[in-house]
Design a binder for this molecule. Sequence first.
Ligand code: SF4
Length: 449
Amino acid sequence: MKYFFETYGCQMNTAESAALELVIRERGWTEAASGEDADLALLNTCAVRATAEQRVMGRLAHYTALKKKRLAEGRPLILIVTGCMAERLGEKLKGSVPAVDQVMGTAARQTFPLILEAVEQGRPVPALTDNETKPVFSFSSSHLEPGQFRSFIPIMNGCNNFCSYCIVPYVRGREVSRDPAAILKEIRLVAEKGVREITLLGQNVNSYHWQGAGDVPGAIDFPALLEMVAAAVENTPIRWVRFLSSHPKDLSQKAIRVMAEHRVFARHIHLCVQHGSDRILKAMNRRYTSAEYLELAATLRTAMPGLTLSTDILVGFPGETGEDFEAIITLMEKAKFLYAYMYHYNPREGTAAYDLPDRVSEAVKLERLERVIALQQKHTGELLKTRVGSREMVLVEGISRKNADELVCRTERDEMAVFPGKASLIGSFAEITLSSLRGNTFRGKNLED
Ligand code: SF4
């Protein structure tokens, strides 16, 4: 039997799709080239922004038409929706899109084999009992494709922060930390398979906390976990360890010390700031001020010279005045991010900010967004220019889409480069000179040539 998955949203969803793939492959299923050839299509969805949900609704309209066609041909197609949007809308989704056979929330992974069993036996997809959908999150090992050199390792799930604009705590639930013994086992497994870079994943990795049980009876916090990870990757092919996402209020001095002490932690960190106005940060329930954020950025850069920072910026939050907006510009000028994901605020039903008054008009939101994008482009260009001429270790990711004789690679600071080279280098490290810059991509020269 054949399956086809579509995955939207964050790296956490990518990791979870990989875990579901492991389950389905273990049952002998193979991957279809598209939904047209599949017996089961699964959409792993994102609910963070309204646009992400609209995209999924578009895909569901496509699958509704496809299911009709397939039914007429006598080849039924089963349609499963999972992920945060499934969690947010639950059974309502089935009501609005009857072609959906099952809505499987983020906490209901253990139900997947029951669905597969029914499809394999040609039975209708079972209705799930409360017991089968109860929110017990279980982490599974990542599925590795042959030759895969990068792996995402989930370490925690959920979030307790309730930033007022964010739907995540409602759809992912409260924080659950994964057993450190299982994390280390998975890291050793991917290292044995030749993985070169790992990223520890969670909605708020810095608040990782293992209470102590099983093979690791003592309490383990995030810095302690980082120490354990650093020890586990020693003498393995893994040379870079990253983590995502970090909340500035939870990134401790102890964690920074551990990162600085172990060279395996890549000199780049994604540290979401969201805004530069303390008044708006308070309304967002972020629980830090812009001064505290900048102090943290300075501490990181002092501890790890050369470290790059990237961030998320949200403009047009309800009540944002021109003065508040200028505070974002001021913060960006001081923080100098390598890159930023920049958005304008869209109300999400069910979040605390949904009912806030003084919504900013669409026109003003767009105008402000354009300004931050232009400023970020300027900063990115300025930072990259200072790096021309330097020597860098890069991880080779693949062949350039623009030139088949060139390889695409990334530095540990998360900068992109291309250099002439053979495909056999994909998945390995190379030392290159960053000779020049075109747009935001370096042209490089392999020092071994
Ligand atoms: S830290 Fe805030 S923005 Fe991030 S997932 Fe948690 S609630 Fe959402």
